[in-house]
Structures are given as structure tokens and as C-alpha cells.
Design a protein around this ligand. Structure first.
Ligand code: SF4
Length: 412
């Protein structure tokens, strides 16, 4: 039997400065904890990969180092973590060199030495957070870099040999105009070489962020929804005209360059999250690490093999388990899925992808035909023109792309 594919996510929760829209788990004043945090990460990796069931039953195919800002810590730590993984994975089915290994970097927080070190450590994909090419907007949203910093980082990475680079952009920002979005796309698509991947996220105003406060106090104006949608469609059309495939609500890639790590998550494949606030999905259990860095460091000292063993020994039907209580001191269990939960979730995740849910794949995985299983929901969504059924695929319509939340709600 083929080993199950597994992704590894590593969370680096340090940032130099908190962006005004950010509600990710990241801290700008805890750099003094970096060293002990990395030690805790290594402990967690060791516990997972000292475990026979992980080593023998899984095939790790992707590693994703995200944050926070992984590039704001000394690159020797990234090297240490990846060297440990390389060592642990020496008998892994997919060779370390053939895995997709991504690191997120922020312009202005990397230099040549760091990027060279990432390459040496085995990283083969960079994800650069730009958000906009307009320096005034960057300042307004609390980014610490300029467009010129981005160009410097991008060109340096290309020269060093990174040929698989994602650029993150944002739309729906206060004061942003369609002209700004046009200008950002224009600048990005004329880079040499062009990025292989572009992610475009709509601003979500999260409670407790600086932006939310400024909007509440009428110091900034929230974007009107219609304008934000116009931006989205402008981005979609422009990037498609430039040879990018729109493969997920917010993601565009040159052929063959879709993010394997994220695509596997949308295909409901398993992953383990290492680090504070990291989420995992293993053996039908969704669970999360504590968000406080200090607590995470303390808890990792108590982590032992038994915790992971308990998750791995859980069978699909043991929903009655006392697992939650047993492993609570280390991980917070979010969901122990039944087969029925998994089928619904497969639909929800699959409908994030533009190609949609492949009916034959669903049948292969779950035996049932989703058309019959979700007949009521699908009929309703087809009637509302939010999805269509196109041969072997159930997918979002153009209207569904704008109202995807209504589609996903049917499968929660
Ligand atoms: S760099 Fe990213 S994680 Fe850090 S504060 Fe900004 S948006 Fe948040």
C-alpha cells in the first residue's frame, strides 16, 4: 500500500512590526525567545519523527515555513530546523530534494546571505509578501517595506537561483483604487523572470486590529463591496491574460506551479503543524497548538510519544474517545471527524478550487456518489446559479466565485 502523503507546516511567530490589518499569531516584541522557541520546535519534530507510525505510514512531500515573518529570525535557525528534518526524513519515500519546500519572506527583512542560506538549507520556493506597489498604501497598512525593497529582494532571489517565487498582493485596502491594482499587476507581470505564482487576498477587517479601530473612528474608510469585487475580476482577467491559471479563489499560478502544499490541504490530505498556533490534521483529527509562545515552549518540554501515539491510534469510529481530555495539556482538539464529517469537508475544501470537486475522486475516496449524497444542497446551489455540474466536476460559477461563502455554508 502507498504511504499517505503528509505536509509539514512550521510556524515562526515573530515579526518586526505588526501590520495594521494583521490578526495572525505573530509578535513584534518577543525576539528574545527565538532561541528557546527553535529548541521547542526541534523537540516537537523529534517526537513526531521518532514515531514509527509516522516514519512508516507517511510520505512527506511538502514543507512550508510560514509566519509571522520567518525571514526576521537568524537564518541559521532555519538551516538547523531543515537539517533536522532532512535527517529524520532520510528514508522517506520522496527524497528531501524533491519535496516542495517553501519559506515566507518579507522585503526589507532579508539580505543576500539569508537567501543564500535558505537555498543551502534546501528551500526551493519563496513566498514574498508585497501587498501593493504603492508606497503610500504600504505605509497606511503598516508594512515596513517599500516597493523598491521588494524589487531588491525579488531580483536577489532570482539571481541566487530561486525560480519558483510567489508574490502576495492585497485588494480592498482603504484608499486603494482600481488604478492602484492595475499598477501593481502591471509592475509584477513585467518582472524578469515573472513570478510563477501570485496570491491575491481581499482585506478582511478583523476585530482588534489597528485598521478596524481606524475605520470605527472614521479615520479610514472601508471599501465598498462592489469596488472590491471589480478589483477581484480585474485581477482575475489580467492574470489569466498573462498566462496564469486561476486555480483557487485567491491563487494564480503558471502551468504546473500551483502550490503543492496548499493544494494538498484543499484535497483533504494530512499535515502536521509544528510551532505555536500551528494546526494539524492527522488521522481524522484536527488539532492545534497553543498560541502563546511561552506556553508552547513549556509544553513542548512535556511532550512525549504517547500523545502522538494516541492520535495515530484513533480509529475513524472512536468519536466517543476521551482523547480530548487525554491530550489537552499539549494540544487542543478541534474536531474528531466521522466519515460523514469528512465527506462534507471534502466538498467544502474542494469547492475552493476553481476546478471544483472531482466526482470520480470523491467516489474513489468515499465510495458514495456526491451527486446523490448531497442532492438537496447541490440542487439548491445549482438553482441559485452558484455552482454547476460539468462532466466529472462540481464547481463554482462566476456568481459562486463572488458568493463562495454561501456555497461553503451548505457543507459546514
Ligand atoms: S508581516 Fe505578516 S504576520 Fe507579520 S504582522 Fe505583517 S501581516 Fe502579520
Amino acid at each position: 500500500m502507498e504511504n499517505r502523503e503528509l505536509g509539514i507546516y512550521i510556524h515562526i511567530p515573530f515579526c518586526k512590526h505588526k501590520c495594521y490589518y494583521c490578526d495572525f499569531v505573530s509578535f513584534s516584541n518577543k525576539q528574545n525567545l527565538v532561541k528557546s522557541y527553535i529548541e521547542a520546535i526541534k523537540t516537537e519534530i523529534n517526537e513526531y519523527f521518532n514515531h514509527k507510525k509516522i516514519l512508516e505510514n507517511f510520505n512527506v512531500t511538502t514543507i512550508y515555513i510560514g509566519g509571522g515573518t520567518p525571514s526576521c529570525i537568524d537564518s541559521k535557525y532555519i538551516l538547523e530546523v531543515l537539517e533536522l528534518l532532512k535527517n529524520k526524513l532520510k528514508n522517506n519515500q520522496t527524497k528531501f530534494e524533491d519535496m516542495e519546500i517553501t519559506i515566507e519572506v518579507n522585503p526589507g527583512m532579508v539580505d543576500r546571505e539569508k537567501i543564500e542560506m535558505y537555498k543551502k538549507a534546501g528551500v526551493n520556493r519563496l513566498s514574498i509578501g508585497l501587498q501593493s506597489t504603492n508606497n503610500k498604501i504600504l505605509k497606511e497598512i503598516g508594512r515596513i517595506h517599500t516597493f523598491e525593497n521588494f524589487l531588491e529582494t525579488y531580483n536577489m532571489a532570482s539571481q541566487i537561483g530561486f525560480d519558483n517565487i510567489n508574490v502576495d498582493l492585497m485588494i480592498g485596502l482603504p484608499d486603494q483604487t482600481i488604478e492602484d491594482v492595475k499598477e501593481s499587476l502591471n509592475q509584477i507581470t513585467k518582472l524578469h523572470p515573472v513570478p510563477t505564482h501570485i496570491s491575491v487576498y481581499s482585506l478582511i477587517i478583523e476585530e482588534g486590529t489597528v485598521i478596524e479601530k481606524l475605520i470605527r473612528e472614521n479615520k479610514l474608510k472601508e471599501m465598498d463591496e462592489e469596488l472590491e469585487r471589480n478589483m477581484y475580476w480585474y485581477v482575475k482577467n489580467t492574470l489569466e491574460l498573462n498566462g496564469y491559471e486561476h486555480y483557487e479563489i485567491s491563487n494564480f499560478a503558471k502551468p504546473g506551479k500551483a502550490s503543492k502544499h496548499n493544494t494538498n490541504c484543499w484535497l483533504q490530505k494530512e499535515y502536521i503543524g509544528i510551532g505555536a498556533a500551528a494546526h494539524s490534521y492527522l488521522n481524522s483529527v484536527r488539532y492545534a497548538n497553543i498560541t502563546e509562545i511561552e506556553q508552547y515552549i513549556i509544553r513542548m518540554k512535556q511532550l512525549d510519544k504517547q500523545v502522538i501515539e494516541d492520535i495515530l491510534n484513533l480509529s475513524d469510529n472512536s468519536i466517543e474517545t476521551n482523547l480530548k481530555e487525554k491530550i489537552k495539556p499539549i494540544y487542543e482538539i478541534e474536531e474528531v471527524q466521522t466519515v460523514e464529517d469528512k465527506k462534507k469537508e471534502y466538498m467544502l475544501l474542494g469547492l475552493r478550487k476553481l476546478e471544483g470537486v472531482q466526482i470520480s475522486k470523491f467516489k474513489e475516496k468515499y465510495v458514495d456518489n456526491p451527486i446523490f449524497l448531497f442532492r438537496k444542497e447541490l440542487e439548491k446551489l445549482v438553482k441559485e446559479d452558484l455552482i454547476n455540474i460539468d462532466g466529472d466536476y462540481i464547481k463554482l460559477t462566476n456568481k459562486g466565485l463572488d458568493l463562495a461563502n454561501l456555497v461553503w455554508e451548505e457543507f459546514v
